[in-house]
Design a binder for this molecule. Structure first.
Ligand code: MG
Length: 392
């Protein structure tokens, strides 16, 4: 590949991986980068975006100010990218692309994790709802304002395809080519499939870690989950004296290892069976080719169910959820009633959209503003608007 920048092709790129020279490219055509490949450029654009920097102050499960040791959206995104790159390297996929997708996958998340998203979705019900996945695409396509020549980050087609994991049929019809696969029930490229699974591996494993550390989960209780119990037993057999943080970490790192190894093996088997020779073959295959084996998929579901019942529904987490809902809904109502309570740029845009598109246009700008907030900024805005004396 002489004459090509070093990053054009990932190491050992397979025929079924994403190849930038066969890509539909970017929404606004740009000259090719000189020293990087196109997907490397995407990854760099994501890292330099302001939405990416804000992930450090956004909740994953635990509110940011509850402690410095828990995952935030930023550290979560880095863990997802790291897991996905490992799998991509052995599977012949494009590491640069998968990294760009993983780092961007949560850019549209509201403050306060899923509680914030549910609240904002409720506020936006009569205007088409709010969905964090679609919002991540909106951030990279429209909301980031960094470049003179275009709005958004103008990312490659495959990066945007990977970011948009889910999409309602109504939305899919609005967004043209990128939405077609949801209507025609086609698969995305393998890098997108991998980013999705790496996300699950990362959050289920680190939520076990964070939950134990926060004292919301208990090791003995977790042993109801077969895969955790097996790994716990294996560690205790080898290190009978081990306890505390090191025991937890040893189990969690093995858990990630088991899940990653399984994805690599099962995906290799499915790829060999389907024999895709291009990303188009991948997209039209009968189902996903990057996947857990059936037994590991079911153990993983069991772990997920446990976390749902014991961690996400824990009274302390639910208490946070209630507060988050109140903050997000109150902010939405206040800004939607009086757009001048927002910074001048958002207020001007909201008024312009009101004139062009009516109430729904105005509400969407309010939702964009709130979705972009960090946890602590949302709390400060809430105090500014609703705590007597704060405005004096
Ligand atoms: Mg995620």
């Amino acid at each position: 590949m002489s004459g090509q920048p070093a990053g054009t092709r990932g190491p050992g790129l397979a025929a079924y991986a994403a190849h930038e020279d066969r890509s539909p490219g970017r929404l606004y055509p740009e000259p090719a980068p000189t020293h990087r490949g196109e997907y490397q450029r995407d990854r760099d654009r994501v890292i330099h975006s302001s939405a990416f920097r804000r992930l450090v102050y956004k909740t994953q499960v635990f509110v940011n100010h509850e402690g410095d040791l828990y995952r935030t959206r930023l550290t979560h995104s880095l863990e997802v990218a790291q897991i996905a790159r490992t799998v991509a390297g052995v599977t012949g996929l494009n590491e640069y692309l998968v990294e760009a997708i993983c780092l961007a996958h949560d850019l549209g998340h509201t403050p306060f994790g899923h509680a914030g998203q549910d609240a904002l979705n409720g506020c936006m019900r009569e205007f088409g709802g709010f969905e964090h996945n679609f919002q991540s695409l909106r951030v990279v396509d429209r909301l980031e304002e960094k470049y003179a020549e275009f709005v958004g980050l103008n990312l490659m087609y495959e990066t945007r395809e990977g970011i948009l994991k889910h999409c309602s049929p109504a939305r899919a019809r609005e967004i043209g080519k990128l939405g077609e696969r949801f209507l025609e029930k086609r698969q995305p490229g393998l890098e997108a499939q991998l980013a999705n699974l790496a996300d699950e591996i990362a959050y289920n494993s680190h939520d076990v870690d964070d939950g134990l550390r926060a004292g919301l989960l208990d090791i003995q209780e977790l042993r109801q989950v077969a895969i955790f119990d097996e790994l716990h037993q294996a560690v205790m057999d080898r290190h009978p004296e081990l306890g505390g943080r090191r025991l937890i970490y040893e189990i969690v790192r093995r858990l990630i290892g088991v899940l990653v190894d399984d994805v690599i093996d099962e995906s290799a088997r499915r790829i060999a069976e389907a024999g895709p020779r291009s990303i188009e073959d991948v997209r039209t295959a009968g189902g996903p080719l990057i996947a857990f084996s059936d037994p590991v998929a079911s153990s993983h579901r069991e772990l997920k169910r446990f976390l749902m019942g014991h961690l996400y529904k824990h009274p302390r987490v639910l208490g946070m959820t209630k507060k988050a809902r109140r903050i997000v809904s109150s902010l939405f109502d206040a800004f939607n009633d009086d757009v001048r309570l927002m910074p001048v740029g958002f207020a001007d845009t909201a008024e312009a959209r009101q004139r062009e598109q009516g109430d729904g246009g105005r509400a969407r700008v309010v939702a964009d503003y709130i979705a972009g907030m960090t946890d602590r900024y949302a709390i400060l805005e809430y105090q500014r608007l609703f705590t007597p004396g704060q405005n004096d």
